[in-house]
Every structure is written in C-alpha cells, then in structure tokens.
Design a protein around this ligand. Structure first.
Ligand code: ADP
Length: 222
C-alpha cells in the first residue's frame, strides 16, 4: 500500500534548518491499522502529511497505492487525495463558513463526483449528528466537530484514513467513540494510519511504529 524509501524532510528557514525526517524507510501493507508514536517534535505529523500527499519530501521516494503523489500534476493529486484518502485532524479543520452537511460534502468541491447528500445524511445518522446538519462548526461540541470530520473522511469511501492525534482534544467518551469508528472502518477492509502520543489506540494497532528525532526507532507487529 505504502512504500517509502529514504525520505528526508528538511524545513528551511532563516533561523536554520530542521531535519524533521532523516532517511526514513517504511513499507506498509494494505488493510492495516498503523499507529505512529513518539515524543512531540520527532516527526510523526511530518511523516503522516508526507504519506498523505500534502508535504513534499526534500528527497526520497514515496508510493501510495502504486502512485507517486508528488509526481502527479496538481489536479491529479487533488483528485487522488479527494477520492482515496480521508483525513482527520486533532483540531478538526472544518470549514467555519460551511454548515455540517456542506462540510461532510467537501470532497465534492475538490472534484469527487461519487459523494451525495443522501450518503452524507446516512453517515450523519450513524455518527449521531443528523440533527446538526444545518448547524455551523462554531455551534457544535468538540465531540460533534470530530464526528463531522470523521463523516467527511468516511464519505469518500477511502482506502486509507490518515488521522493526526484525532482524539487529542477529546474526553474519554468521545475518544472511545472516534476509535470505535476508526476500528469499524478498519474491520470493513480500510486502512488507518494514526499518529498519537498517548496510549488510547495501542490495543487497536496491527503495527506500532515508534519514532525519535526524525527516525523510526522500532516497529512492533501485533
Ligand atoms: P511531531 O508530529 O512528532 O510532534 P512534527 O512532524 O510536527 O513532529 O515536527 C518535526 C520537527 O519539525 C519539529 O522539530 C518541528 O519543530 C519541526 N517543524 C514542523 N513543521 C515545521 C515548519 N513548518 N517549519 C519549521 N520546522 C517545522
């Protein structure tokens, strides 16, 4: 599913260079729940966004589902991301001026022709936000915001969901609910790559990748 060879990511600024990923190699098969763990600043998010086609590495090779995301044209890459990959972030990243229904249907705006309002409503029911479809993100609880973000990721029927600390802002009850939905997606044949610095998803992970200072330090398989 994912093949990474000698990926290095350097953030350059006037204050100096930061080597966020240092010659990382990684192969991840399909239909798997991967957990990326490690201390703050070790490169977890950088690795996730690089896999997700949102952050071009400084050097190295990456293939996701047989495609090299950074060799696609801008248009092809947008279509690839909006039809194959779902994203869930710690801070939800909902569009504040769109209501819940419009947020769930966001990938339609990026060219995904397969998503429909009917599907959005069905998912909203499953995620218990069906009575919030006309509301705006600022009117939702944090648990509801994250469930909208999940619905937005799930609606495209992605092969892979990339989740960056998806439960980082949530209480234990909402944490469990989000994890249950990710696990359900995984059990139905999807893949999940989740970044966390906590232990909440340890039991779910088929593969746990530990990182330190831009390197993978350990890979544990269940
Ligand atoms: P993690 O997700 O493990 O907390 P990150 O991938 O966010 O780590 O960051 C890895 C390193 O890269 C950190 O030292 C961080 O400060 C640095 N970094 C992240 N984003 C940028 C950026 N846009 N510009 C400069 N440095 C960055």
């Amino acid at each position: 599913m994912i093949n990474i060879q000698e990926i290095t990511k350097i953030y350059s600024s006037k204050k100096g260079d930061v080597i966020a990923l240092n010659e990382v190699d990684l192969q991840i098969p399909k239909n798997i729940f991967v957990l990326i763990k490690g201390p703050s600043g070790c490169g977890k998010s950088t690795l996730l966004f690089t896999i997700g086609g949102m952050l071009k590495p400084s050097s190295g090779k990456i293939e996701v589902f047989g495609k090299a995301p950074y060799q696609l044209s801008e248009k092809e890459r947008t279509l690839f991301l909006s039809t194959q990959l779902g994203f869930v972030f710690q801070s939800y990243h909902l569009v504040p001026y769109l209501n819940v229904l419009e947020n769930i249907l966001l990938s339609k705006r990026a060219g995904n022709k397969t998503v429909t309002a009917e599907q959005a409503k069905k998912l909203a029911q499953e995620l218990n936000i069906e009575d919030r479809l006309k509301h705006y993100p600022s009117e939702l609880s944090i648990g509801e915001k994250q469930r909208v973000a999940l619905a937005r990721a799930l609606i495209i029927n992605p092969q892979l969901i990339l989740a960056d600390e998806p439960t980082g802002n949530l209480d234990p009850e909402n944490t469990q609910e989000v994890l249950n939905h990710l696990e359900k997606f995984h059990q139905a044949g999807g893949s999940v790559i989740m970044v966390s610095h906590g232990n909440e998803a340890d039991e779910l992970a088929d593969i746990t990748i530990s990182m330190g200072k831009g390197k993978i330090t350990n890979i544990k398989t269940k």
